[in-house]
Design a protein around this ligand. Structure first.
Ligand SMILES: *Cc1c(COP(=O)(O)O)cnc(C)c1O
Length: 403
């Protein structure tokens, strides 16, 4: 292992980091595909990929080379000039999404901020003084003030009053609640939803993606913007490039991030149809929007997803994993929810301890969300052998835990 990878931490000094994260007592010095290597040299199977970020796995050689080449040529010039890699990345993203206008952000929350601004301006253009956006219970949209206000989780909001106004909350999956809100509030302009709630426990509506079709119909009836947060579900994660592509509908506004940069911080807010033409010169921006380096990374990630058939692989291997968990845990009273490489295993009891058990006893990295849901977000290009490796590590861990 190369010493260059080891950070010169002063062990006798405080970290000086703001204590906002609950960190596990382990660090990694390198990765390869679906595996990570700790500072102690131990190999771990990574079924979380940096929280749905490294969809192509760690240290992808083609991406690493593109990053090195671009970093050596040009990282950033600003949007005062043309940025050809930004255009190339937008053209590729438009082709896979069906969207028309794209703004690159640096994170998921910032992409959602863009979506919220689009909805606000759409309302302001209609002369509404306080345009409202419908959002769902159990949702997660980010940690900035507007996005935490949109988030349906009290813990995320606690201590940050006053929240940003203009959000109306409905139960996720409840079409009637949306129709009732429409009757009560004449100033609704948009709905913002995750097609599958990730942080919320890998949930879809009771009628699955039929909910999205219902929401699309309601948005059209009222001329609202249908805005989908595909920050976690996008970029091949669910076995389609975007989760709405499991249906016939297309949103007016779409946000993504996470898998878009395979670890490089980048996001995007995209529009088509009713969503286009709203943000114009001077309305939005960011110093780092679509840098040459970030855009080359997005272009290369999209190119690799295509060339490696990663979306199709995510569908096939994800389905194999979900089916295998259902079979092998049939006696355990668990509920498996699988959408490509976004898999939730709901246990009959709280299971936060499973994270440490899987890590220390099975060298497997997983996450637990919503208290009792084991969340798996493996690399899209995981092989069948690696999927079997994952099953062999996790199934006994869950069985032992529940016995
Ligand atoms: C992660 C996530 C966000 C926030 O993205 P950041 O890059 O952390 O700001 C927003 N929405 C969803 C659905 C997410 O999964």
């Amino acid at each position: 292992m190369n010493d260059l990878h080891l950070a010169p931490v002063q062990p006798d000094q405080p970290s000086h980091l703001m204590p906002v994260f609950g960190r596990q007592p382990i660090s990694f010095v390198r990765g390869r595909g679906s595996y990570l290597y700790s500072d102690a040299g131990v190999e771990y199977l990574d079924a979380l990929t940096g929280i749905a970020v490294c969809g192509l796995g760690h240290a992808h050689p083609v991406l690493a080379e593109a990053i090195a080449e671009q970093a050596a040529a040009l990282i950033h010039t600003s949007n005062l000039y043309e940025v050809p890699w930004q255009t190339a990345a937008a053209q590729k993203l438009a082709a896979v999404s069906g969207m028309h206008e794209i703004f690159f952000s640096n994170s998921g929350a910032e992409a959602n901020e863009g979506a919220i601004k689009i909805a606000r301006k759409y309302g302001n253009q209609q002369g509404l003084r306080c345009p409202k956006i419908i959002v769902a219970d159990g949702s997660f949209h980010g940690r900035t003030l507007a996005t935490l206000s949109a988030t349906g989780n009290k813990k995320v909001q606690e201590g940050f009053a006053p929240l940003v106004e203009g959000f109306i909350r409905v139960p996720f999956g409840d079409v009637q609640a949306i129709e009732e809100a429409a009757l009560l509030h004449p100033d609704i302009v948009a709905i913002l939803l995750e097609p599958i709630q990730g942080e919320g426990g890998i949930n879809t509506a009771a009628n699955g993606f039929g909910y999205l079709e219902d929401v699309r119909r309601i948005c059209d009836q009222h001329q609202w913007l249908m805005m989908l947060d595909e920050i976690q579900t996008g970029n091949g994660r669910t076995g389609q490039y975007f989760a709405y592509q499991h249906t016939q509908i297309i949103p007016d506004v779409l946000t993504t991030a996470k898998g878009l940069g395979n670890g490089f911080p980048v996001g995007a807010v995209m529009t088509q149809a009713r969503g286009t033409g709203i943000l114009t010169a001077g309305n939005h921006g960011s110093t780092y929007s679509g840098t040459a380096l970030g855009s080359r990374i997005v272009y290369t990630v999209l190119d690799l997803i295509e060339k490696e058939n990663a979306v199709e692989n995510a569908a096939v291997i994800g389905n194999y994993l979900a089916e295998s968990f259902r079979e092998q845990l049939a006696e355990q009273n668990v509920i498996v929810r699988g959408f490509g490489m976004m898999i939730g295993i709901e246990l009959p009891k709280e299971c936060a301890e499973l994270v440490a058990i899987a890590r220390d006893q099975h060298q497997l990295l997983i996450n637990v969300t919503a208290g009792n849901v084991v969340r798996l977000l493996p690399a899209l290009n995981m092989s069948r052998e690696q999927a079997d490796d994952l099953l062999q590590r996790l199934v006994p861990a869950i069985k032992n835990f529940l016995n």
